[in-house]
Design a protein around this ligand. Structure first.
Ligand code: MSP
Length: 522
């Protein structure tokens, strides 16, 4: 992958509430992918940020007695701080209230207007503020509730500007059919194709300022602002550097994306925002004459019981509380390992503990016994032996991990890495180095065992690095390595002669960890 450029995005999160496990999951998954790619030699641009305009933010700010800007500043800072605590290696944190983004949205909309794909009309329908979505009568739930969140909708009749999305339907269907990997997984691709089976309506892209004053003013009508979803989706182009607002219009790169990061390689999203990403966004790009993103990857939901975890359901878990007790790497590991990418999973304290114990008892145990024996039997020096005892397993694991990562099955990739640690523990049992240590005639066998374990740990440091970056830096240092090896180096690295450091347990047993004040486990 050396030399490849990869542009990866998360959704930008609404600045109306604090980050929760759902947001953390998407962001961690993206981070694990970004770190795998970087470690494999790719030049990665990883974007995240906050979605700061629209009615939802406006109403939340007034509920709290703040200005929208004050609320956004506070929430953007909280998201940034949460991502720092979770060791997220984003390259850019975008806020849709930034002047650069406002300029790009304005230029994008002007472009649509100039191309004649926008017209003025009257919108009649029902609006759900929490979802920031219009619904037609036929979509509504009982008592005209929102079909997504079941909350009451508001009836609305007003002047809007519309984008001729219906004209793009056939082209979009052709694109999806012609690019089977464009929407992942298949179940989501079929969902979008099913949606496109019906007539595609035109998309309302504006709101009257009289109703929604908090947004980006349309370049041709200053009584109206851009619909928040249109504004938000364009963030992916803003951050790519495709359109430099400081340049005169003639030099803005709408038709020339060379040098910019556009098109994105992967838009990582939750399945709740599939239509906006797989229908609205590509058709808007078609309208503006920009290339489409290369893939849309939709993951499932964290559930509490049968319900999606969400702020409005009042059932959210605060990721930072878990970090306080188990550490960042353990939270990252649980979220990325537990949920099969693309499917739903239930968040339970029992499963969290079970996954934590895997880290402590399988990987952690392998680390402490290897370093402990190297210390005890060889005075902390890794023997100069081939250390090839697990070479076949290492090679097979590296291949399995690479394939799983390319297919976005990160949980499988991490499972394969843990299986290698399990096999290495089995190798220790089978070789019985403690018996060899008592018999000088078996010194070479002992050397081979310890060298094999050290080399396997170096590979494990590489494989676990994307999910447990700080613990793996620590592991590499204890193996006498200046850095965590890359995937390419992993199977080949020789550690003979390195000085090791035993240190404390890498993942302390859960019962040794500080308890939470309420005594619960997670
Ligand atoms: N602002 C829009 C996105 C605009 S992108 C151009 C938005 N924001 S959000 O704050 O509601 O975040 C939605 C995203 O958070 C979901 O797509 C998903 O990635 C993540 N999750 C929120 N709740 C979740 C779960 N319970 N489980 C997993 N992920 C979820 O929509």
């Amino acid at each position: 992958m050396t030399g490849t450029r990869r542009y990866l995005t998360t959704p930008i999160y609404y600045a109306s509430g604090d980050p929760h496990i759902g947001h953390a999951y998407t962001t961690i998954l993206a981070d694990v992918l970004a770190r795998f790619w970087r470690q494999d030699g790719a030049d990665v641009f990883f974007l995240t940020g906050t979605d700061e305009h629209g009615q939802k933010i406006f109403e939340e700010a007034s509920r709290r007695g703040m200005t929208p800007r004050e609320l956004c500043d506070q929430m953007a800072a909280r998201f940034r701080a949460a991502w720092e605590d979770l060791d997220i290696s984003f390259d850019r944190f975008i806020r849709t209230t930034e002047p650069e983004h406002v300029a790009v949205v304005t230029a994008f909309l002007q472009r649509l207007w100039d191309k004649g794909v926008i017209y003025e009309g009257i919108y009649r329908g029902w609006y759900c503020v929490p979802e920031e979505r219009y619904w037609t009568e036929k979509d509504l739930g009982p008592d005209r509730t929102c079909p997504v969140c079941s909350r009451p909708t508001r009836e609305i009749e007003e002047k809007n500007y519309f984008f001729r999305m219906s004209d793009c339907r056939d082209r979009l269907i052709d694109h999806i059919r012609g690019n089977p990997d464009w929407i992942w997984p298949d179940v989501r691709r079929n969902e979008v194709l099913g949606f496109l089976d019906q007539d595609l309506e035109d998309l309302s892209i504006s709101r009257p300022k009289a109703r929604v004053p908090w947004g980006i003013t349309l370049p041709w009508d200053d009584e109206h602002v851009a619909y928040v979803w249109v504004d938000a989706l364009i963030n992916y182009v803003t951050a790519s550097g495709t359109i430099h607002p400081d340049n005169p219009p003639s030099r803005r790169g709408f038709d020339n994306t060379s040098g910019s990061w556009w098109p994105a390689d992967v838009h990582l999203i939750g399945k709740d925002i599939l239509t906006t990403h797989a229908v609205y966004w590509p058709t808007l790009l078609m309208g503006a004459g920009l290339p489409l993103p290369r893939a849309i990857v939709a993951h499932g939901w964290w559930l509490t019981g049968d319900h999606k975890m969400s702020k409005s359901m009042g059932n959210v878990v605060d990721p930072l509380e878990l970090v306080g007790r188990f550490g960042t790497d353990a939270v990252r590991w649980y979220l990325a390992r537990e949920m099969p990418t693309g499917q739903d999973a239930s968040f339970t304290p029992e499963r969290f503990l079970a996954r934590y114990e895997e880290l402590a008892n399988v990987l952690g145990n392998l680390v402490s016994r290897t370093l402990g024996m190297t210390d005890k039997y060889r005075k902390g020096r890794i023997p100069e032996a081939r250390g090839a005892g697990l070479d076949r397993d290492v090679k097979a694991t590296l291949a399995a991990v690479r394939t799983a990562v390319e297919g976005y099955r990160l949980n499988e990739a991490l499972g394969a890495a843990m299986d290698l640690a399990r096999r290495a523990n089995g190798y220790v049992e089978q070789r019985e180095p403690w018996a060899h240590a008592k018999d000088p005639a078996r010194a070479a066998d002992l050397d081979e065992t310890l060298a094999t374990l050290a080399r396997t740990l170096a590979t494990l440091a590489a494989l676990f690095q994307p999910v447990c970056p700080s613990k793996m830096r620590e592991l590499a240092a204890r193996l006498g390595l200046a850095e965590v090896p890359t995937l390419d180096q992993a199977g080949k690295i020789g550690l003979g002669g390195n000085t090791t450091r035993k240190g404390e347990l890498l993942f302390p047993r859960a019962d040794l960890l500080p308890d939470q004040s309420d005594g619960s486990t997670a």
